[in-house]
Design a protein around this ligand. Structure first.
Ligand code: 4AZ
Length: 502
């Protein structure tokens, strides 16, 4: 964690520097195809994936790799429409040059329209579908979330549950309507609440109640059905008879037991103030931070697994409930049984920079060891909101060692419109990312903080808004920290926790 007046050190090694013939002042990163977040950044950014997290293995080599997605041409020659309008063999006679141009323009327009409509339909479908789609383990055509496991790995029934709104309303993906629907409180029970939370990889439920609302469509519990998963006992209903839908919380989270502290950027944290913070040791050295989200699961960054060996759970130790790396004897230690990193994670773009670690033995929650809350899928962390980052990372860009003590700093959420501005990250911030920091520089996360939390307090409860991911250097002007956006990735987290719950 860095908190200091801005420095302009030459942080990037020689081979990662932007080309010297470019106006590097504020021109860099250079412009690239569109401001849409789905293009990789035009050149390697410092942070996730470009370097392994601290300490670097001696073999690591960061490379400067300009990377543009080539424009995809159609897979077959220009369409029939062109051919129909331009009879083959004798185009010159039947088509004047003006007409030829006209034909070309029309056919180009029609082709682009068809492509656009196709892309829109696919995107709509993908956006609204639950994650964890059926995999190669399935042969036949399968129906997602119908309660029947049709794939050997159950992938067709993963990611079918999510939470919505401030009341944490339960939503299940309705296989008939092919959309997310709330569940009627009628016939709901504490036992179903427990089963739903266990399905998602939690130990039990924490709180469930009915919330008044008038959904136009919903799912209702059918008590006569045999339960294999929550979706197996739900059927379509036009309205809930009591007009109440289910709210569900699976864990008592986001609470501090001891609340005392100083609100200045980059100061040592007090024990118990950030009880969800963990330090991840790889081969007995701190390399990344992480956040406790349940007794069994810690969330971190995908780029913490920077070499094949790092996917070996036995190489890692998870320390929690402490604030000094010199006093690890006072920390709670857990070993790791499973590592799952997002398969769409890209070290070129830093997109989907998220991973989960399952602990060999559950954590016992105390005042010093507690989970942060996962936000609901549509929870907002608006531009300007004051949130907090914590970690044992470097205290200065370019420093060679990480911090012995846990540091905290307050940062402001920076909307992606601002963060994607040409002078900031120029379109490199995707929908799976959220920016936070100070555009004036001076306060930021840094190497070694990766995987750790960006948390925001809402009505006395702390939510994990982001997972420390990347940035250009640390604490530079107009180069805020970029975090994996948890609201966009919680469905993936639930599907992984569900798939690895036993
Ligand atoms: C890193 O290398 C890293 N200033 C993490 C955060 C930031 C930069 C780099 C943000 O893990």
């Amino acid at each position: 964690m860095t908190s200091f007046p801005n420095v302009y050190e030459n942080y990037l090694p020689e081979h990662v520097q932007p080309p010297s013939n470019r106006n590097t002042q504020e021109e860099y990163p250079p412009p690239y195809p569109s401001a849409g977040g789905d293009y990789p950044p035009p050149y390697s950014s410092v942070g996730a994936g470009q370097y392994p997290p601290y300490p670097y293995p001696s073999t690591a080599s960061a490379q400067y790799q300009p990377y543009y997605i080539p424009a995809q041409g159609p897979t077959h020659p220009p369409t029939q429409i062109t051919q129909r309008n331009v009879p083959h063999q004798k185009p010159a006679r039947s088509c004047s040059p003006q007409r030829k141009t006209y034909c070309c323009v029309i056919s180009l327009f029609l082709t682009l329209s068809a492509l656009g409509i196709g892309a829109y339909v696919i995107l709509r479908f993908v956006k609204d579908s639950p994650t964890g789609s059926s995999s190669s383990h399935c042969q036949a055509v399968v129906t997602r979330c119908n309660g029947i496991s049709e794939c050997a790995d159950n992938s067709d029934e993963l990611g079918c549950v999510r939470f919505s709104g401030t009341s944490s309303q339960l939503e299940v993906y309705g296989w008939q309507d092919k959309r997310w629907l709330p569940v009627c409180y009628t016939a709901w029970s504490p036992s179903l609440a427990d089963k739903t939370c266990k399905q998602l990889g939690y130990r039990s439920s924490y709180q469930t109640q009915g919330t008044t609302g008038q959904p136009s469509s919903s799912l209702v519990v059918n008590t006569t059905k045999q339960i294999t998963n929550i979706q197996s006992v739900l059927s379509n209903s036009l309205q809930c008879t009591t007009k109440e839908t289910v709210s569900l919380k699976c864990i008592d989270c986001g609470k501090r037991i001891k609340t005392s502290g100083r609100i200045v950027g980059g100061v040592p944290a007090l024990l118990g103030k950030w009880p969800w913070q963990v330090s991840l040791h790889y081969k007995s050295r701190h390399v990344c931070g992480g956040t406790i989200i349940s007794e069994d699961w810690v969330v971190t960054a995908g780029h913490c697994f920077f070499e094949d060996e790092a996917f070996d759970p036995s190489k890692w130790k998870v320390y929690s409930g402490f604030i000094s790396q010199r006093q690890l004897s006072g920390a709670t230690l857990r070993y790791v049984s499973k590592i799952t990193s997002h398969r769409s994670y890209s070290s070129d773009t830093n997109d989907y920079d998220i991973a989960l670690m399952k602990l060999q033995k559950p954590l016992e929650f105390t005042a010093q060891v507690r989970p942060a809350c996962l936000p609901t899928y549509n929870q907002e962390f608006p531009h300007g909101m004051a949130c907090w980052i914590t970690g044992f990372g470097r205290t200065k860009e370019g420093a060679t060692s990480t911090s012995d003590i846990l540091l905290e700093a307050t940062v402001n959420i920076i909307g992606s419109g601002t963060c994607n501005r040409r002078r900031i990250y120029n379109g490199a911030v995707t929908q799976r990312m959220i920016c936070a920091g100070k555009l004036s520089g001076g306060v930021d996360s840094c190497q070694g903080d990766s995987g750790g939390p960006l948390v925001c307090e809402v009505s006395g409860t702390w939510y994990l808004a982001g997972v420390t991911s990347w940035g250009h250097g640390c604490a530079r002007i107009n180069r805020p920290g970029v975090y994996a956006q948890v609201t966009q990735l919680s469905n993936w987290m639930f599907s992984q926790m569900e798939a690895n719950s036993n």
